[in-house]
Design a protein around this ligand. Structure first.
Ligand code: GLY
Length: 353
């Protein structure tokens, strides 16, 4: 393409993006408030919407929403009861972004604090930094009055112990049931099986009737990770990104894939160019699939074996959940309805035999 043609094409693409943004902004003037979250966030969307209706700030609303999930000992993906690293220590990651003030804050590998999202929000509000990690993040949380506590619960400890026992048949760890004859062995529950190695996380994004946007992602990360492993959740642009002029995108699933593709940033940029939330999310998944080349991550048809999910909303309040594989779900509160919905997907899972 010659230079003149290149400039004409670039100008046309930029004009289309500006037109799409203007349209979204115009629609946003009368936007209905929307809160979306990963499927474990139905309580979070409920709480956040209540707060939006009372006129509260969008970031206060989504953080209060995910605090409910962080505090829930039954949810093994985040906060109290989140699954630990390989040494049995819970290490948490979180980030927040506040559209109206263009602010962002994050913490990574923080221990002993069950609400890392609230600490991330204070990093944004009370420091000139964006990301604090490890001991520094813990010191900061202590100085802000957060109490330290053991984040392991009987349930998360049992799941971790089971993982440890199954690492090798050449060590001295055994499960109590291994002493039993086969007829007396209890069946492994589906819940336990799925928890054995997962990237549990909650992402929650909100738009209010003024078109103001905020988002939060919070997680205990990859279960049984190498200590110090940081995923996508506390990295702005990877596990969360938003632009108050455009929309928000956040993620759950394999963080390494998002880190290598700046996935949430990309989702927002696709929306900036005029894509709907669903189109933008599917394009991000395609980019991830194209960039996955490690043989151990691919199936026999060259598709990623892992799952990754995005939750996108634009300034006008249009929203979507998308997943690499069919069967994904997400929570969304729109109008009077707070419910779990099916995500769009890139690949259809083969039926179970
Ligand atoms: N997406 C969460 C993680 O990989 O840590």
């Amino acid at each position: 393409m010659d230079r003149r043609k290149f400039i004409q094409v670039s100008v046309a693409a930029a004009s289309a993006g500006i037109a799409a943004r203007k349209e979204a902004a115009a629609q946003a003037k009368g936007a209905r408030p929307v809160v979306i979250a990963s499927a474990n966030g139905l309580n979070a969307t409920e709480k956040a919407m209540q707060m939006l209706r009372q006129g509260e700030d969008t970031l206060d609303a989504v953080v209060a929403g995910v605090n409910l999930v962080e505090n829930d000992p039954e949810d093994t993906s985040v906060g109290y009861g989140g699954l630990p690293n390989e040494q049995g220590v819970v290490e948490l990651d979180s980030s927040v972004m506040h559209g109206p003030s263009r602010g962002g804050g994050a913490v990574a590998s923080i221990r002993n604090i069950k609400n890392p999202s609230s600490v991330a929000k204070l990093v944004m509000e009370r420091t000139d930094h964006v990301l604090l990690v490890g001991e520094g993040a813990l010191d900061f949380a202590r100085s802000m009055g957060f109490e330290e506590e053991d984040l392991m619960t009987p349930k998360s400890r049992e799941i971790w112990m089971r993982w440890k026992r199954n690492l090798s048949d050449r060590d001295d760890w055994i499960a109590p049931e291994e002493r039993l004859p086969a007829s007396l062995k209890p069946k492994q529950t589906a819940q336990l099986a799925s928890a054995l190695r997962h990237h549990g996380t909650i992402n929650c994004n909100a738009v209010n009737e003024k078109g103001e946007i905020s988002g939060v992602t919070t997680t205990s990360g990859l279960a049984f990770k190498i200590p110090g492993r940081v995923g996508d959740s506390p990295i702005l642009g990877a596990g969360l990104y938003l632009d108050n002029d455009v929309g928000a995108c956040g993620s759950t699933g394999r963080g390494e894939a998002n880190l290598k593709t700046c996935a949430s940033f990309l989702g927002v940029e696709f929306m900036r160019q005029g894509d709907s939330p669903e189109e933008a999310g599917l394009k991000v998944l395609k980019r991830i699939a194209e960039n996955t080349v490690e043989p151990y991550l691919l199936d026999d048809q060259g598709r990623p074996r892992f799952n990754v999910n995005f939750y996108l909303v634009n300034k006008a309040g249009q929203f979507a959940g998308v997943s690499m594989w069919s069967g994904g779900r997400y929570a969304a509160y729109e109008g009077r309805e707070n419910k779990i919905r099916n995500s769009a997907y890139l690949y259809k899972r083969p039926p179970r035999r």
